[in-house]
Ligand binder design. Structure first.
Ligand code: HSE
Length: 323
């Protein structure tokens, strides 16, 4: 274990997919990398703009999550060298915290020889996040349908249709999940519950069967998006009109503020859809960046290296080309 270096590449994720609040998640082709090594003294090496301001002491999330794994496995590894590079923007609704949790769990488990099962890691990750949607997608890749009763999370993974592409519009402001959850009511009507059960079920069936034309009818929500709209100016118009510009469907990504449009024929809709999203946000005074992302079909990719006879290459050099 002392001569081992573990590098894990973890996908970002989008949660809810509209109606599947705290239930549906999909992994996306945007990544974070975490490297773990045993060290004499705990040290942190963070690379990339996304990492600025994160704690570099034992209160760090990655350190704490790694220690949970060691405790669960009954081993002691108090001092770690932790490196991280992330392309996933923080607090924008693309699962950055879920990818950090999943990456830390998977890397720590690999460092000690992998005693914990994926299911165990999923249970720990869900309890830490408070919902299984983002962590399930980052851990298993593809589309993950999950349910959590506060004790156990169950899931089924669906292979994403190869034709599916997504366009994300990432506003230049941060929105904490906590604030976006505070906007939600504590009770909803039976009519709204039935509306969401119908849409969410239809969406899962559409994604599982490849009936992409059904997405526009299914990707509708009455549980969270209407209440969060006030926090993201322009969102209501985007949700209402994106299909006119070629989207298969559109949703708030996780708790926002990122918006995610699903598309089939990227070349055909690329410019009009991007322009519509950017113009609508701009009319509200919001700058945003767009990215075309594919569903990521795999979970974390783990590399374990023996570094006994070689100096460790810094993480950014090691992953160059993959970023
Ligand atoms: N399902 C969560 C929410 C995802 O919408 O609040 C955000 O982490």
């Amino acid at each position: 274990m002392n001569n081992r270096r573990v590098i894990v590449k973890i996908p970002a994720s989008t949660a809810n997919l509209g109606p599947g609040f705290d239930t549906l998640g999909m992994a996306l082709s945007l990544y974070a990398w975490i490297e773990l090594r045993v060290s004499e003294q705990t040290e942190f090496h963070f690379y990339g703009d996304q990492m600025k301001g994160l704690p570099k002491d034992k209160s760090n999330l990655i350190y704490k999550v790694a220690q949970l794994v060691f405790k669960e496995a009954g081993v002691s590894v108090p001092e770690l060298s932790i490196s991280m590079h992330s392309d996933i923007p923080l607090t924008r609704g693309l699962g950055s915290s879920a990818s950090a949790i999943v990456g830390a769990l998977v890397a720590a488990n690999a460092l000690i020889g992998g005693p914990l099962s994926d299911d165990k890691l999923f249970q720990i990750a869900t309890a830490l996040e408070g919902h299984p949607d983002n962590v399930g997608a980052s851990l298993f890749g593809g589309i993950v349908v999950s349910a959590w009763d506060g004790e156990r999370a169950e899931y089924i993974r669906i292979e994403p249709d190869r034709r599916l592409k997504t366009l994300v519009a990432i506003p230049a402001f941060q929105l904490s999940t906590e604030k976006a959850r505070h906007a939600l009511p504590t009770q909803i009507s039976m009519a709204d519950a039935v509306f969401n059960v119908g849409r969410s079920s239809l969406l899962v069936a559409a994604l599982a069967s490849g009936d992409l034309g059904m997405i526009r009818h299914a990707m509708k929500d009455r549980l969270h998006q209407p209440y969060r709209a006030a926090l993201i100016p322009g969102m209501a118009t985007i949700l209402e009109r994106a299909v006119e510009f070629g989207a298969l469907g559109v949703a708030l990504s996780g708790a926002g503020p990122t918006l995610i449009a699903f598309a089939q024929d990227k070349a055909e809709v690329e410019q009009s859809l991007e322009q519509f999203l950017l113009d609508t946000l701009k009319q509200e005074g919001i700058e945003a960046k767009t990215l075309w992302l594919s569903p990521c079909v795999h979970g974390p990719q783990i590399t374990v290296e023996d570094i006994s006879n070689q100096p460790a290459i810094p993480l950014p050099d090691r992953i160059k080309g993959a970023m």
